[in-house]
Design a binder for this molecule. Structure first.
Ligand code: PA5
Length: 424
């Protein structure tokens, strides 16, 4: 299903020598005795998610798909990154599905917000507002605009049938609005934090509205649960990856760059950055998660990686089988001199670029490379990959002695912003 190759990682320690420490943190995670154990509901989620709610997600999604041309997802951070990552990875960046998914509530940019509002003005629209706390300012600001737009466009009654709220089961402003207006609601479980919530209605409803098979996502998740459930480092590649990250940090590598050769994986990288950045970046510890898309960024960041300061290691997130491929044509004139590739598949060219770059970065540039390969960019692979990164993240961060499941640092900007905005 997924492969991990550490033979290019230039590790100076044996991953397996960390078995004792990994076993200790594995026990803490599964027995809920570690730091932040109130937020480890995702660990057992593949077994114990609410099947009735899951069926309701599918039927509501079907209804919404029948009603709209544009589905606006209004949320930020963990309340949008996962669904966007899945939708772009699985459906590609330009697809002809009848429903287009558009994101709002993830910025204060007036230009962006107005741009979206103008874009959706004459279309059939439904909205999913997503906020666990129900009070996030970016989301609340965008949702007030959307709510007024929907009520003006459709009238209050029809608008309330076209708006779905995903929020806490009992608390928060959004829950109160949803109850008052009679919106369909889905619950964000108390014990699953935003960056782990793509596997709950937070991610699954928008993903289903995008026409993606969410049963396949849950099946991938269940396979991940099985494959990454063993404390034995020999058998668990998620834990091997977790340890490799810490070894590289001990070797002075403070930056991890997630690299993909597929543009439709760019939002997966954004989702991954939140997962690792918010989980790990505390108490002045942690690797800085960054990302690049090759070969595009080989024409920009490639210079730094090859010859710049040796602060980083690359984690290649590779795809075995592309979603589609095409054969490079021959040209009798050969004016561009490209006939040497005639008859070759474009994916083969991409893979050769990857091979050549790996050698350049590892051998000549002395940059460690961790290789993670997923079989394809389908829904099952997405679910499986989520569980891989969740487990790897939890163990890797526990190994730093840090609570992986809180994010106290994100409150500081809010406090200052509220003062400047005059909020009581
Ligand atoms: O990981 C997190 O908890 C955050 O990124 C949140 O998802 C983000 O701040 C949005 O919060 P909320 O869903 O409460 O609006």
């Amino acid at each position: 299903m997924m492969k991990l190759d550490l033979s290019h990682a230039l590790l100076k320690e044996d991953v397996l020598s960390y078995q004792d420490v990994v076993s200790k943190y594995h026990d803490q995670l599964v027995n809920k005795t570690g730091k932040g154990n109130d937020f480890t509901g995702w660990v057992e989620w593949p077994n114990n998610y609410d099947k009735e709610e899951f069926d309701r997600i599918k039927s509501v999604a079907k209804d919404l798909r029948d009603k709209c041309e544009v589905f606006v997802v209004c949320g930020i951070g963990g309340s949008y990154l996962g669904s966007r990552a899945a939708i772009e990875m699985i459906n590609g960046l330009y697809n002809k599905d009848k429903v287009e998914i558009v994101f709002m509530g993830n910025t204060f940019s007036s230009s962006y917000i107005k741009n979206v509002m103008d874009y959706i003005a004459d279309k059939e629209v439904c909205v999913n507002v997503i906020s666990k706390s129900g009070t996030t300012t970016e989301t609340a600001l965008a949702f007030r605009l959307l709510k007024q737009f929907m009520e003006e466009k459709y009238g209050k009654e029809e608008a309330s049938k076209r708006i779905v709220a995903t929020t806490d089961k009992a608390r928060g402003t959004l829950k109160a609005i949803a109850d008052k207006e009679g919106y369909e609601t889905f619950v964000i479980p108390d014990d699953i934090g935003g960056r782990f919530s793509v596997i709950t209605p937070v991610g699954l409803l928008p993903i289903a509205v995008a026409g993606i098979d969410i049963d396949a996502i849950m099946s991938g998740l269940a396979k991940g649960y099985k494959d990454f459930g063993d404390a034995d480092l020999n058998k668990n590649i998620a834990y091997q990856y977790a340890v490799a990250r810490r070894i590289l940090e001990n070797q002075g590598k403070d930056v991890e760059m997630l690299v993909s050769y597929e543009p439709q994986m760019n939002m997966v990288a954004e989702w991954w950055k939140q997962l690792f950045g918010e989980s790990e970046g505390k108490e002045e510890k942690g690797n800085l998660p960054t990302s690049a898309n090759f070969s595009t960024d080989l024409h920009s960041l490639g210079q730094f990686i090859q010859q710049g300061k040796k602060v980083l290691y690359e984690t290649l997130l590779l795809v075995e089988k592309p979603t589609s491929d095409l054969e490079f044509p021959s040209d009798p004139d050969n004016a561009d001199g490209m006939n040497y590739l005639s008859g070759k598949s474009v994916d083969w060219v991409n893979k050769m670029a990857c091979k050549g770059t790996l050698e350049a970065h590892e051998v000549t540039g002395n940059v460690p490379n961790i290789l993670i390969t997923i079989p394809d960019m389908g829904a099952e692979s997405f679910g499986y990959m989520c569980y891989f990164f969740f487990k790897a993240c939890a163990i890797s961060v526990y190994m730093l002695g840090v609570n992986p499941f809180d994010q106290p640092g994100v409150e500081v900007y809010k406090k200052n912003m509220f003062r400047l905005l005059g909020k009581n």
